[in-house]
Design a protein around this ligand. Sequence first.
Ligand code: NAP
Length: 285
Amino acid sequence: MNVTLTNTAKKLCIIGDPVTHSKSPLLQNAMCQALGLDYVYLCQPVKAERLGEFLAAAKELGYAGFNATMPFKELLIPCLDELDPLAAKLGAVNTVCIREGRLYGYNTDCPGYIAALRAAGFEPAGKRVLLLGAGGAAKAVAVGLGDAGAAQVTVANRTAAKAQAVAGLIPGQGRTAAWNAETLAAEAAGCDLIVNATSLGMAGQGEYDDLSFLERLPRTALVSDLIYHPAQTEFLRRASELGRATMNGLPLLMRQAILGLEKFAGVEVPPEKVVPILEPLLSQP
Ligand code: NAP
């Protein structure tokens, strides 16, 4: 897309390593243009060991803020002047605003996922969820579902101790299940929503050995994968073949970006105004 640059444009960026695959510049520049916000959003590769130098430079150069992806979501926490309570609970930030030289950290993945579910017509309150994975993204999903009133969130992960830690973030709602085909099949049979929050199925990562547990899902269950590259993982392809409704990672990507821009610019970003602009951009390869 073409970006109209003014000499007064406030600077934003995404930092990460790797980061050049990121769709955030595309989304944020399109939203700023559509809303008449005078910002420019860049892609900024940063090595983990040079985070301090980046932060000093961003303040000095007058950046208004930045988003963070791997490996910075946790690494940034001790560098911040203020941490939003939700980001503190998750131990992860994806959005940092710079105001008068001070760094304010937020997490928009968590509310972004719930907004994406609701936009797809799925209300999490009272629902039973099977959450696969226990990394940073799974934590955001678990806490979001817990806050939204899910009846039960069952976390299954290859490393059981991490599943326990994630379930422990939502006492009374979180529980764990073992990471094996038999247990996953039994758990799938009783859930309204199943979420793949592992990196299995992502381009260049591994694949599930056995997806037969999807056959046990109730007909009405929603199958959600946080991955958006590829747009249809094997997990979603199989679920779709079985006639279940599916949602890939693009709605989450879009919703966390909308909520992030609200933090940066301090304005309301109406989804009904920007989603029709973002969706066609995201459907491009
Ligand atoms: P992470 O913290 O590195 O967690 C990775 C998870 O995948 C862990 O639960 C890990 O299990 C599991 N895993 C990795 N390899 C596995 C294998 N061979 N067998 C079984 N489990 C395996 O990553 P993350 O930040 O949570 O991201 C997870 C996924 O969500 C990624 O694919 C990412 O692209 C996607 N994501 C999408 C969005 C979006 O905007 N749509 C946002 C955030 C993340 P162990 O704990 O046992 O290692």
